[in-house]
Design a protein around this ligand. Sequence first.
Ligand SMILES: *Cc1c(COP(=O)(O)O)cnc(C)c1O
Length: 382
Amino acid sequence: MSNHKGINTICTHTGELEDKEYRGAVSPLYMSTSYVFEEVEVKRYPRYFNTPNQVALAKKMAALEHGEDALIFGSGMAAISNALMAFLKAGDHVVFQDALYGGTTNLVTEEFHKFGIEYSFAKDSSVKSLEAEIQSNTRLIYIESPSNPLMKLTDMAGVAKLAREHGLVSMIDNTFASPVNQNPLDFGIDIVIHSATKYMGGHSDILAGTVISSTDYIDRIRHLAKNLGGNLSDYTVWLLERSLKTMGIRVKAQNHNAQKLAEFLSSEDLVENVYYPGLKEHPEHELAKKQMKGFGGMMSFGLKERINASAFMKELKLIKPSMSLAGVESTILLPSKTSHGLLSPEERQKQGIKDNLLRFSVGIEDIEDLIEDLKQALGKFK
Ligand SMILES: *Cc1c(COP(=O)(O)O)cnc(C)c1O
């Protein structure tokens, strides 16, 4: 899309507030929860998503995803729940792809029945399987690509076309890719959601979420969100704007490191398989090349059966075991013990999540040091 500015220019500048009084280099922070009426129409209030810093950051978010407008929420889950509920009422049905972020699965399976909302999980993330679940009362299709932890891709253009043919709203959780690597609105998806806690924040110190779409759809979500209350505090909005300035260069460094590490791990005898969309061996590498600009900083890999993955993790010195992801620091975890620990062993087996599968969130450290850390840890098992 040539009419958009480059990613680093958007990250650094779009939406910034001018400091007219002192000519400071960064956006001033307005913490007011009360504003004197000047124009009667505008009632500024943080929960209405219209304070100066919220509006400024929403402009940057919209530009990052090639949308018209955006909302900034207090968490990724607040963004997801508000976006979903704005389009659903009792008696409606939603089609979800199979592999979803755990919190989203919990929202659907634990809460939807209280509101009389029906749902189906497709048997996998193919367009055909999603189509098979569409009913006469289906209103919405919800996908996530790449998915956690096996980095499976969903064909965004295919899903957007399917949704249009059936008059459904299409939504994607684009957290794993980040707007640097993937812009779903360009492929016809209606609504993009991010946990800004991840690549947008990038330093493991901000919890936030965002929804980006057309003006019409954002107005609709804002209407519900005012009633539910889930905005991010202006101070954290301001911090998130700062974090986003370096998102382009951070994520590109993570893409670069992840590609090198995926290639290194693929060549190691003790590694059974590597799941990374940037590898030619990835079953959807062609789709990845079509819909992604970079292949991301997330990957997973399975160790040979005889190696105890927990013991392997303990040998790592630089790469830290941690639940979260997408920070500038490299982290690793065992999905079978954490994100997918509540599933039965049979269910995990079915999803292809073996006990010695590791999910790796690649940081921006020097590639030589990351490779050295993995090498020395693998060396203990040779
Ligand atoms: C972390 C995450 C979420 C939830 O975001 P929070 O900010 O923790 O509420 C949603 N989707 C994906 C893919 C995530 O990684």
